[in-house]
Write a protein that binds this ligand. Structure first.
Ligand code: GLU
Length: 486
């Protein structure tokens, strides 16, 4: 059997981490089994669905390098791939259910349904539709129609039936049909509901495995009943666990960004996000922690997907991202860093070759300190312009050392004498000062560092000097000298 899997988001908002994980697991399963991965849109919520959200979802998938073999924008033999473009097909399937007596029109008003709900609740019973319109006669129906009531279509749930689901992650689960009231499959405006449309889509698209979030587990018996009513084989199901925050609660906006595209905006690398997401519920065999998409496509399996909740730990994502940032080419990171530097006015307009080189040197200087590219902004003050951050008391104390005036003077002289300052020439200057004044390295580096940056720590000093350049280094030394006099 060919493995055909799908990702079927509702385009009612951006792609979230949970959705991205469903997409990734499906994608990897398809790659692993040489199957097909399909992306389609469940856009039947006409009010909340939008093309903007659809575009965001597709863009986020592409950014993650999750590609699809069939579906929206790509096409394929089983399209169209948006539910609102498949209404004719749902009508055909509704007719089949009508013909076999497994669907019926329901004319109950909102008020009637609410009253029924309240009655059941007050009797301590789970609220469900009790079947008022189950057996209407043709006359009764005609009466309602004459009054202009627009009916919904309900599925006639068989009584006293056990629904067995062999979930590939959660094992065997049994649901009782008696707990399920006849549910709506087509709304009064002719739009199918999720539980019906998804069955029609999955069966007509020949989906072999449905891999989706645990929140859909309770929908599964409703879908299985429809497969059975149509005399169709259900696909295999695999429900993947919820993603919780580090406090064990459901992820929410407060836990930071849930939209995938926000991670791109912050300067996370897609391969890091993929590596992070795949570990939300799937555990690799062995000790390896970092995986490329190609490796994952070879080793991913549903057997290693856990049914316990996954924990979203932002620090882990940062750690993984820091790893990939170090592996990435400097040119790539420079390209990603550029917008942040432009926004701060550090670089403007078309870059000339000197600016391009400066940017590459800057990236090389800060890369080991970054967990995401947007953090380059935090390092600008070290290397750009003539303003120095105010030193704290500990740093000021360092500047009171008796060798400091001589060190800074000599440093200034050497800088003046040097035509173009590179990291190598800065290194040489520092070495010469230590020799000439016969003081230990730290007694030279520390005051220079503090005079130039106001800080006792930061990126490699020689690089800072080179990035500042002659003019800014000299200007900053003036400020440093003023602190000596304080
Ligand atoms: N549209 C559903 C969602 O976004 C997908 C459900 C499914 O995969 O069956 O959660």
């Amino acid at each position: 059997m060919e493995v055909r899997v799908r990702f079927a988001p509702s385009p009612t908002g951006p792609l979230h981490i949970g959705g991205a994980r469903s997409a990734l697991f499906n994608y990897l399963l398809a790659r692993k089994c040489s199957g097909k991965f399909i992306v389609r849109s469940e856009d039947t919520d006409l009010e909340r669905s939008s093309l903007v959200s659809e575009r965001n979802i597709l863009e986020a998938l592409r950014w993650l390098n999750i590609s699809w073999d069939e579906g929206i924008e790509v096409g394929g033999d089983y399209g169209p791939y948006r539910q609102t473009e498949r209404l004719e097909l749902y009508r055909e399937f509704t007719d089949k259910l009508f013909q076999s007596g497994q669907a019926y029109f329901c004319y109950c008003s909102e008020d009637e349904l609410e009253q029924e709900r309240q009655e059941l609740i007050s009797r301590g019973q789970p609220p469900r539709y009790m079947g008022k319109c189950r057996n209407l006669t043709a006359e009764e129906r005609a009466e309602k129609e004459a009054l202009g009531v627009k009916p919904v279509v309900r599925f006639r749930v068989p009584e006293g039936k056990q629904i067995h689901i062999k979930d590939l992650v959660r094992g065997d689960i049994i649901f009782d049909s008696d707990g399920i009231g006849d549910y709506v499959i087509v709304k009064s405006d002719g739009i199918p509901t999720y539980n019906f449309a998804v069955v029609v889509d999955d069966t007509t698209m020949k989906i072999s495995h449905v891999v989706r979030g645990e929140e859909h587990l309770s929908n599964t018996p409703r879908q299985v009943l429809i497969y059975q009513a149509l005399g169709l084989q259900s696909p295999h199901f695999a429900h993947i666990s919820l993603i919780l925050n580090t406090e064990g609660k459901k992820m929410s906006k407060r836990d930071g960004d849930t939209a995938v595209i926000d991670y791109r905006a912050k300067g996370y690398l897609p391969e890091a996000v993929v590596n992070f997401i795949v570990l939300l519920g799937w555990s690799p065999p062995g000790e390896q922690e970092f995986f490329s998409m190609t490796e994952l496509s070879e080793i991913f399996s549903l057997e290693r997907v856990s049914k316990s909740p996954a924990v979203f730990d932002l620090n882990k994502l940062k750690w993984i991202n820091a790893h990939y940032l170090k592996l990435a080419s400097r040119e790539r990171i420079a390209e990603l860093a550029l917008p942040y530097l432009r926004e701060m006015g550090v670089l403007t307009g078309e870059l000339n070759s000197a600016q391009r080189q400066w940017l590459l040197n800057f990236v090389a200087t800060v890369i080991d300190h970054l967990s995401c590219v947007s953090e380059v902004s935090d390092f600008v003050h070290y290397v750009h312009g003539s303003d120095v951050q105010e030193p704290d008391e500990e740093a000021r104390q360092m500047l009171r050392g008796e060798q400091v005036p001589a060190v800074l003077n000599l440093f200034k002289q050497r800088i003046i004498e040097t035509e173009t300052i590179t990291a190598d020439s800065a290194k040489l200057i520092m070495k010469q000062i230590t020799k000439e004044l016969k003081v230990g390295g730290k007694l030279v580096f520390m005051p220079v560092r503090i005079a130039l940056t106001g800080q006792m720590h930061g990126p490699e000093l020689n690089n800072i000097i080179a990035l500042l350049g002659k003019e800014n280094t000299l200007k900053r030394l003036e400020t440093g000298a003023a602190w000596l006099r304080d």
